[in-house]
Structure formats: structure tokens, C-alpha cells
Design a protein around this ligand. Structure first.
Ligand SMILES: [Ca+2]
Ligand SMILES: [Ca+2]
Ligand SMILES: [Ca+2]
Length: 299
């Protein structure tokens, strides 16, 4: 019996030791975790302090932008400072969630123009800035056309196309526009040339597609300027006529309430609402019959 009790005491003793061990081990690891949390906190604080230190070095203008609450105004502020200082790093501060920023391209364009180096134009990202960059440099300098060939493929094509457009105008020869490599730039050349001529007689002298493009551009412009849909009849192609007529109609009376935009302004009615006062009668019909299109009663 005594032997058995001894065994039980021994077992209890071993269990107690194990429990003690588990408890100490728990305390040790818990403390370690706590320490690591503190370390993380310390780390964050250090990073923040570092950031603050960096901020101290930032120009006052950037700090001023940073303090603006309105996000859009803040973005505009950063962009203006970045362009002024030609500093791409400031562009990175712009929040692009709801803001279209061309900060980087604007700076790259400025630098290329300042250094008068056309090869720098290729550093822009958007086509618009690349095109403006090459075009401005060609126009600024006495840039020789053969220099286009020194550029890479895309830039070379843009460069050559700009020269062709210049040639077309200078030599008074619209057929030069046809040699332009990119379709959009070819169309722009035609439009520029045709608008400069501004004569339907000139269109008549042309052939095929170019003649149609010329007629379409000038007849549309003429119809809108004269507010006269009948002018569209000069276009023999039914699709082109319809487009011209509806463009002109949209320009004159977009809500088709028989009240032209000028008169909508005069009566204070909405040019995009056929029944501005919601009484079931069209704005134009009310005016024609002497009723107030903005409310009850006569005008
Ligand atoms: Ca109208
Ligand atoms: Ca209206
Ligand atoms: Ca009405």
C-alpha cells in the first residue's frame, strides 16, 4: 500500500514539474512576443521619424501643397510645383485615383524643348506629348528633314509625317497629304489643308476619296455656320447627307422642340429639354402661340 502511494506521489511530482515547465515556457514566449510587438512599433516609429526627416528637406512649396485638404487642388499644386522645378519625384506625390496626370510627360516635353534635343521626345509616354514634342522642335529649329532618319521607327514616322504636312501646305499640293504614313495624321493633313482653302470649288477639282472628304468637311461647316440644313444637299452620298443634316439639326435645336438654341437662351428654357416647364407643350410651340414656356399663362 505504502509502495503504491509512493508511486502515486512520484507521478504527481512529475506532472507538477511538467506543468511548471509549461507555465515558464509560456511566460517566456509571451514576453518574447510582447518584445517583438514593441520592436515592430519601434521600427514604425523609426520609419516615420525618417520620413519626417525627409520632409524637413522638402521644399516649402511641396510642404504647402501637402497641407491642402481638397485632393484635387492638392494634385494641381503638386503638378505645378513639379513642372516648375522639373522634378519627376514631385509628380509621384500626385494621387492618380481620380486625377488624370500628365505631370511626367509635361516635364519631359519641357526638358526636350529646352535642350533642343529631339531624341529626348521618345521619353514621353502619351502619343500627344510625343507628337507635340517632335512638332515643336521641328518648328522651333531649322531642323533638317534628314535628321528624322536618326530617330527610332515610331518617332521617325511622326517626324516624316509632320514634314509632309508642312510640304503639302507650302507647295499648295493636297496630294502630298496622301503620302503620310499614319491614317489619323493623314486625315489631319487633309482637314487642315481643306479648311485653309475653305472653298467648295477647290473640292470640285479633286478626285475620288479626297474630293468626298473635302466636300464633307466644308459642307458640314457651311451648314452649321449658316444654320441651314438645306446646304447639306450638296452632299450626294445619302449617308453623308443624313450625317450633315443631323449634325446641323443638333447644333441648331438639339432637343427638337422647334426653339433654336439662341431662343432657348432668350426665354431661359433648357436647350436639352423639349418641355422645360413640364406642362405637356413643347417650348417652341408655346413661344409660337404666345405662351410662357417656363410657366403658366401668356408671355
Ligand atoms: Ca430647342
Ligand atoms: Ca428646350
Ligand atoms: Ca412646355
Amino acid at each position: 500500500m505504502f509502495q503504491l502511494n509512493k508511486k502515486i506521489i512520484a507521478i504527481i511530482f512529475v506532472i507538477l514539474i511538467i506543468l511548471l515547465f509549461i507555465t515558464f515556457a509560456g511566460i517566456y514566449f509571451f514576453d518574447k512576443d510582447q518584445n517583438s510587438v514593441v520592436t515592430e512599433k519601434e521600427k514604425t516609429t523609426t520609419v516615420e521619424e525618417e520620413k519626417k526627416e525627409v520632409n524637413i528637406d522638402e521644399p516649402q512649396e511641396v510642404l504647402d501643397c501637402d497641407s491642402i485638404l481638397d485632393l484635387n487642388e492638392k494634385n494641381i499644386c503638386f503638378e505645378n510645383i513639379a513642372i516648375e522645378k522639373k522634378d519627376l519625384k514631385i509628380c509621384e506625390k500626385i494621387n492618380t485615383d481620380n486625377y488624370i496626370s500628365n505631370c511626367g510627360d509635361k516635364i519631359k516635353l519641357e526638358i526636350a524643348l529646352e535642350k533642343k534635343d529631339i531624341s529626348l521626345c521618345s521619353q514621353t509616354e502619351e502619343y500627344y506629348y510625343l507628337f507635340v514634342c517632335i512638332k515643336d522642335l521641328i518648328n522651333q529649329e531649322n531642323f533638317a528633314k534628314h535628321k528624322c532618319s536618326e530617330l527610332s521607327e515610331n518617332e521617325k514616322n511622326i517626324c516624316n509625317d509632320i514634314f509632309l504636312e508642312k510640304e503639302a501646305i507650302q507647295e499648295d499640293d493636297i496630294s502630298v497629304c496622301s503620302e503620310i504614313s499614319a491614317e489619323n495624321r493623314k486625315q489631319e493633313c487633309f482637314i487642315k489643308f481643306i479648311k485653309e482653302k475653305d472653298s467648295l470649288d477647290f473640292c470640285e477639282l479633286l478626285d475620288g476619296d479626297v474630293k468626298n472628304i473635302c466636300m464633307e468637311i466644308l459642307v458640314n461647316e457651311l451648314a452649321i455656320n449658316n444654320k441651314d440644313i438645306n446646304i447639306c444637299e450638296k452632299l450626294s452620298d445619302p449617308d453623308l447627307y443624313y450625317e450633315c443634316a443631323s449634325n446641323t439639326q443638333l447644333f441648331i435645336d438639339p432637343d427638337k422642340d422647334n426653339l433654336e438654341n439662341e431662343d432657348e437662351e432668350k426665354y431661359g428654357t433648357d436647350p436639352h429639354n423639349p418641355d422645360s416647364d413640364g406642362d405637356g407643350y413643347l417650348d417652341g410651340d408655346e413661344v409660337k402661340n404666345g405662351y410662357d414656356p417656363m410657366g403658366e399663362g401668356k408671355l
